[in-house]
Design a protein around this ligand. Sequence first.
Ligand SMILES: [Zn+2]
Length: 308
Amino acid sequence: MRLKRLLALVAGLMLTAPPVLAQQAPMQVALTMDDLPVHGPLPPGMTRAEVANRVLAAFKGAGVAEVYGFVNAKGLADEGDDAAQVLALWRQAGYPLGNHVYAHDDLHGHDVAAFTAAVTADEAALKHYMGDADWHWLRFPYLHIGETPEKRREVAAFLKDHGYRVAEVTLSFNDYIYNPAYARCMAKGDQAAVAQLRRNYLDRAAESLTIGRQQAQALYGRDVPHVMLLHIGGFETVMLPELLSLMKAKGVAFVPLAKAEADPIYVPNPDTPSNGTGSLLDREMTARNLPQPMHSADPSTWLDGLCR
Ligand SMILES: [Zn+2]
């Protein structure tokens, strides 16, 4: 009788144990940062190099071993030495750079030849700062991978010929949308408004982790190694330490991009039905007619009106 009860208890534990373990398994996230060296308006007195210094200090402080920085080399032509320092600092920190297309060129609405020329135009800067290290990762501007299968196949063939892999994204909360409001609120000295920005940013960051996991479960019946899209910018100097703490508190383990993208979900398939917009998980959900998880309202209109 006692044995039976023990067996029942063990069976019960075996039934309940896997979901508990699954919940506690660390969420793997590769961090990536777009739009180096120049993105968005800065608060008064801040330089691009200072943004880079603070952002890099936050990553290092959280013990993040690798963060790919995706480069629009046009920023070097636009802002000179200050911008050049951003890329130099990134490399001094031991972090790699990848291609985000010369002038943040949009594949959608333009032909493939114009787009691939802009990809190539970005390479001189990557070679300069990366030397012999590997910079053959492409992050599509606006996450636009091509509106049609034909276009996606054509770009995929170019990228393959030139040794590129696509740096897909599974987690994004449009962190860049806070920069203009932050610069205005700092210029006005409106600390109450900045506090509102901080709260909204962190709520939406936390929500993006939940949504990414929900999408992975719906699509694959398991969590997957994720890739988070962040953007360099003024507000990230404030928020990045808090974001990284929040992620650690939620059990996130930071992994390199190549490790995350070794998962089979990242094998590209240009023929997946899609309008070529959104994260990899967004596109897959659409292709399979799965309902998108609930998410909070877009704060863009509120942000546009803040600190005017
Ligand atoms: Zn970008």
